[in-house]
Design a protein around this ligand. Structure first.
Ligand SMILES: O[C@H]1[C@H](O)[C@@H](O)[C@H](O)[C@@H](O)[C@H]1O
Length: 524
């Protein structure tokens, strides 16, 4: 079975990454080695087009999570004829992550039944409705309804887009293609911050915030149109017994690359073998000769088959770590933090967080398939821990500061020191933890890929919800130094866990990557 070749391939890839034998291209009859398969060519225009089209979901995810911070400060008395209370603000903000949390496992079950593409469409429809309800809302209840619908859309999109891209991308570029989606998320956040800042400075606040949230409908409408040219993934088609269509799509994603074109049949065969093996195994496990894959069977296979359980543990660990390291407390509350630090235009300063995240995600895009997922995490997390500790030190050196004591401005050099260390932390986050967890689907075999990715995505949203809800109370209860030190401890513990259980999957086909966890954690 193809996937079992995973471990030996892993051992080879490190030293052979750069020596692709070009002479093979001349000999079209020569059998392709596994290594050649991984080295195959440039990314064809079709895959680029798909990445950009699917990336609109990422853009919406980022825009809708980023826009809330400026919206909250601009709403004024437009809802329910009164100023928003803190409770209103918390409910409006957290309803999105709560509904995203509910949507991800649900959409994972649906994505197995009806395909990956229809879920993208459903998410778009929800994005459009959610944007319109928010834009026209006249009460806090309407706004919460709109944010909840957007939450459902974000939950579905954040699960299905990385899965869709991972299943379509050629192995050698999978990391880059999935990271492109995260780049779109971070770009969406930058756009939301810029628009939020511009409207808060120059527009009429009463109308401005409605435009801000309403604008979210536009990319969703565009993506609905692009869906006409976006295919279903070959992996789902094989599972649905539509191998001919799957073959045509693999061929299209190979583009004009002669090596990739030669491999079309191999790739299809690998997927078919995996699908058949998983079906046979399910039949054996059910003991009745049938493959009745009710949702209960899927759960059983995910939780009781050791390699699937390992995959789930790793995927949830990475997603939990991505959120519990505290990054989104900056995304949601950086303006509050920079206000505490005495910056005069805190919304502008907080743009540095979003921009650093975006710029270093570009760097991740270029590095992740070269350095590898495991290694990039092991290199970057220590910088995150250091940045957080230094931030904690910066706060503590400037005296105890609580949210209630915002009036206590820090010295200018203290504030700059903290800003620099926050940027260091964000840059290191964007290089690794910001994107690697979203490569989750490559850990799961086809039969539990959708469910496993859905649960890992739900872990992400649960942790996101908890961090969003607890950051300000933690700052009040523990003070800024201990809050940031706590996130630093999470990073250190996370680093040890990554070291112990997350194997390197760079360059492996999806079938090989899942095989790594067959007999243990696959870490060497
Ligand atoms: O990968 C993304 C990205 O890092 C975003 O900037 C962050 O807000 C999300 O929570 C995360 O899932």
């Amino acid at each position: 079975m193809a996937s079992q070749a995973g471990a030996p391939l892993l051992a080879r890839q490190d030293d052979e990454t750069d020596d692709f034998d070009e002479t093979r291209l001349d000999d079209s009859n020569a059998p392709l080695s596994d290594n050649d398969q991984k080295q195959s060519g440039r990314l064809g225009y079709f895959v680029w087009l798909l990445t950009l089209s699917a990336g609109i979901s990422g853009l919406l995810f980022g825009y809708d999570t980023g826009v809330i911070s400026a919206t909250l400060v601009s709403i004024g008395t437009s809802l329910s004829n009164r100023e928003l209370t803190s409770i209103d603000k918390s409910i409006i903000t957290s309803s999105t992550s709560l509904f995203a949390l509910a949507a991800s496992p649900l959409s994972s079950i649906l994505a197995d039944r009806v395909g990956r593409k229809p879920i993208i469409l459903v998410a778009d429809v929800l994005f459009i409705f959610g944007a319109l309800i928010q834009a026209f809302s006249v009460s806090v209840t309407h706004m919460v309804l709109g944010r909840s619908i957007v939450g459902l859309a974000i939950g579905a999109a954040s699960f299905v887009t990385p899965l869709y891209l991972a299943e379509l991308a050629p192995a050698a570029h999978r990391g880059m293609v999935v990271t492109m989606n995260i780049l779109a998320v971070t770009l969406g956040q930058v756009i939301a911050y810029v628009i939020g800042w511009a409207f808060s400075q120059y527009g009429s606040p009463a109308i401005g915030w409605r435009l801000m949230v309403g604008l979210g409908a536009v990319p969703a409408i565009l993506q609905c149109l692009l869906l006409f040219i976006m295919p279903e993934t070959p992996r789902w088609l094989v599972k649905a017994k539509r191998s001919d269509e799957a073959r045509a799509i693999i061929q299209k994603t190979a583009g004009s690359d002669p090596v990739a074109l030669q491999m079309v049949d191999n790739v299809l065969k690998d997927i078919e073998i995996e699908a058949r093996e998983e079906e046979d195994n399910a039949r054996l496990r059910n003991g009745d000769g049938k493959t009745h894959r009710s949702w209960l069977v899927g759960w059983r296979e995910l939780l009781f088959v050791p390699k699937n359980r390992r995959a789930l543990t790793i995927a949830c660990l990475l997603q939990g770590l991505q959120q519990f390291c505290g990054f989104n407390s900056l995304m949601y509350f950086s303006a509050t933090i920079f206000l505490m630090l005495g910056f005069t235009v805190p919304t502008l300063t907080s743009l540095t967080v979003a921009s650093t995240n975006f710029i270093f995600t570009i760097a991740a895009l270029l590095l992740v398939d070269r350095i590898g997922r495991r290694r990039i995490l092991l290199y970057s997390i220590p910088f995150m821990a250091f940045g957080l500790l230094a931030t904690a030190f910066g706060f503590s050196a400037s005296g105890t500061l609580t949210v209630a004591a915002r009036g206590n401005e820090l010295t200018q050099s203290g504030a700059i020191f903290i800003l620099i260390n926050i940027m260091l932390y964000v840059a290191a986050y964007a290089l690794g933890l910001g994107n690697v967890p979203w490569m989750q689907s490559e850990l799961f075999p086809l039969n539990v890929r959708s469910l496993g990715s859905g649960l890992a995505t739900a872990t992400n949203w649960l942790a996101n919800f908890i961090v969003g809800l607890t950051f300000l109370p933690l700052m009040d209860a523990l003070g800024a130094p201990w809050t940031f030190a706590l996130y630093s401890v999470v990073c250190i513990v996370g680093w040890v866990a990554v070291w112990c259980i997350y194997p390197e999957t760079v360059g492996l086909s999806l079938e090989e990557a899942t095989g790594l966890l067959e007999h243990g954690w696959g870490v060497r």
